[in-house]
Design a protein around this ligand. Structure first.
Ligand code: AMP
Ligand code: GLY
Length: 436
């Protein structure tokens, strides 16, 4: 089915990266540092990305449009970074058209695309996660919640919902409203036509991204996201307002436990199901009093986790892509710097609800960068040589340091020099991790 030539060392690679957020900017930055990379293309990209990659206005979810673009550009790899195209089968279509890819095929991306699938997989293979039941009938779900009589209750849409399909309901009436919004009112469309009701877990959350070729799994440096919009974890859930790596709560003991009870069994389970997962698998974990448990799987790099993990990667990302594609990840020794990294997201005022765009950003140089930190662009546009806001999350201001405190100090010092109208950012990224 595939018709690729074996890699020739003297030929430099051209890579097309699908997506246009801070995560993609971090991936492109890592690729641009590789001596093996020649040209980088992005679709759709953004203002900051356009300084490193040639951008093409093809939507990340436009499968046929992306295949056509790949046919035109003939890249050596297509790196599919966001969840929606992976779940929709973009990798499958690109492979059929003869392109090498980074990212799972649709039958493996279902690990993120369907919570009903991922919960059933964990149950079947004894992978620790919250106890649960699934429902398509609202009355049955409501009767189950009443019978459990345990609050908060956690109610989740089966499918992708931009991170908004999880409701932590504090009492019966909130639970009932959540069930109705998903199953009866169709608030989440098809994603909410089946739901998962699960046990509420407590404990620190840790993200572990892992490279896998479907056989071997190589976890990356751990990280911690800050999902709520406001300081002290108040306000609405967002895509993520900041991250730090490594996560100090992820001790050597937890690391061993997760590798044996969660990471390896998940990869083996997907393989046993005939759905080998190749790419980056995101383990959203909770370190509960009863051990580490899976909160969620994502089928891709986290955003903004990639922004703090990739700067610590010392191995050439293209070497890892080759090892995964050729299913020889076991042979590769992946190296990490011993430093810490922090990313503070500057968002448009009002995000994740209504916000304005088109605001001029000050404090960036002509490349959209700063000499004080690395600026990953999440939602920007370049207009007449000036960067303007173009999304909810706008910039991920990122710095490394010998320890977490120095990384955070550098990132916040850079944030102080950047501004746009109604900019909003959290002042407490990393605070909990430092134990302040
Ligand atoms: P998810 O999209 O499944 O990661 O859920 C979003 C957020 O909701 C997670 O990062 C957790 O903070 C929280 N959450 C999800 N499931 C649970 C659970 N079973 N118990 C407690 N919190 C949860
Ligand atoms: N930062 C959470 C995610 O990428 O899903």
């Amino acid at each position: 089915m595939y018709h690729f030539e074996k890699r020739k060392e003297h030929i430099k690679m051209n890579i097309l990266v699908v997506g246009g957020g801070g995560r993609e900017h971090a991936i492109i930055t890592a690729l641009s540092g590789s001596p093996r990379v020649d040209k980088i293309y992005a679709a759709p990209g953004n203002g900051g990305i356009s300084r490193l990659a040639e951008c093409f206005p093809v939507k990340a979810t436009d499968i046929e449009g992306m295949v056509e673009l790949a046919k035109k550009l003939k890249p050596d790899y297509v790196f599919v970074a966001p969840d929606d195209p992976l779940v929709l089968g973009m990798v499958d279509r690109l492979n059929e058209a003869g392109f090498k890819t980074f990212g799972p095929r649709a039958d493996a991306a279902v690990l993120e695309g369907s919570k009903v699938f991922s919960k059933a997989l964990m149950k079947k293979y004894n992978i620790p996660t919250a106890a649960y039941e699934t429902f398509t009938d609202a009355d049955k779900a409501i009767a189950y919640i009443k019978e459990q009589n345990s609050y908060p209750a956690v109610i989740k849409c089966d499918g992708l919902a931009l991170g908004k399909g999880v409701i932590i309901a504090k009492d019966f009436s909130e639970s009932e409203a959540a069930v109705k919004s998903m199953l009866l009112d169709g608030k989440f469309g098809k994603s909410g036509s089946e739901i998962v009701v699960e046990e509420f877990m407590t404990g620190p959350e840790v993200t572990v991204l892992a490279f896998t070729d479907g056989k071997t799994v190589k976890p990356m440096i751990s990280s911690m996201d800050h999902k709520r919009a406001l300081d002290n974890d108040e306000g609405l859930n967002t895509g993520g307002m900041g991250t730090i790596a490594p996560n100090p709560r992820y001790t050597e003991e937890f690391k061993k436990e997760c590798e044996e009870k969660i990471f390896k069994p998940t990869i083996a389970a997907m393989r046993a199901e005939g759905r080998p997962f190749k790419g980056c698998l995101y383990f959203g974990l909770m370190l509960t009093p009863n051990g580490a448990k899976v909160v969620e799987y994502n089928c891709r790099f986290g955003d903004p986790e990639a922004q703090v993990v990739l700067p610590l990667l010392e191995t050439d990302l293209t070497e890892i892509m080759d090892a995964i594609w050729e299913e020889r990840l076991d042979e590769l020794d992946i190296k990490w710097s011993g430093k810490s990294c922090a990313c503070v997201v500057m968002a448009s005022g009002g995000y994740p609800e209504k916000y304005e765009t088109g605001k001029a950003i000050s404090g960036l140089d002509e490349n959209g960068q700063s000499d004080k930190a690395y600026i990953y662009h999440a939602g920007t546009k370049l207009e007449d040589g000036k960067f303007i806001t173009a999304g909810g999350r706008v910039l991920g201001v990122t710095a490394t340091g010998d320890d977490l405190r120095s990384a955070l100090d550098k990132a916040y010092a850079a944030v102080d020099t950047i501004s746009f109208e109604k900019a909003h950012y959290r002042k407490d990224i990393g605070k909990r991790a430092l134990g302040d």
